[in-house]
Design a protein around this ligand. Structure first.
Ligand code: ZN
Length: 87
C-alpha cells in the first residue's frame, strides 16, 4: 500500500511540476536580506502539495530521508499516515 502511495505522490508531483512550467515565476519576498537566501530551495509538502521555501518549512527526518512540511498540522498528518501504513 505504501509503495502505491509513493508512486501516486511522485506521479502527481511530476504532473504538477510539468504544469507549473508555464506558470510565472513565484514572487520573491523582498525583505532586504537577499544575501542570505542561498538555501532558498522550493520543496513540496507531501500532504497538501503546496510549494514553499525549504528553510521556511518544518523539517522531519525519518528512515534516512528528510521531509519538509508547510505547517505542523501537515507534519502530524504525515506522521499519522506513516504509522498507519508503515506497520
Ligand atoms: Zn501542508
Amino acid at each position: 500500500m505504501i509503495r502505491y502511495l509513493i508512486l501516486l505522490a511522485v506521479g502527481y508531483g511530476l504532473y504538477r511540476s510539468l504544469k507549473s512550467w508555464g506558470a510565472p515565476h513565484p514572487q520573491r519576498k523582498m525583505d532586504g536580506r537577499g544575501q542570505d537566501r542561498i538555501d532558498d530551495i522550493m520543496v513540496q509538502d507531501p500532504i497538501c502539495q503546496v510549494y514553499f521555501p525549504q528553510r521556511e518549512g518544518i523539517r522531519w527526518s525519518h528512515d534516512g530521508s528528510d521531509y519538509f512540511f508547510c505547517s505542523q498540522a501537515c507534519l502530524e498528518k504525515f506522521k499519522l499516515e506513516q504509522s498507519i501504513n508503515g506497520k
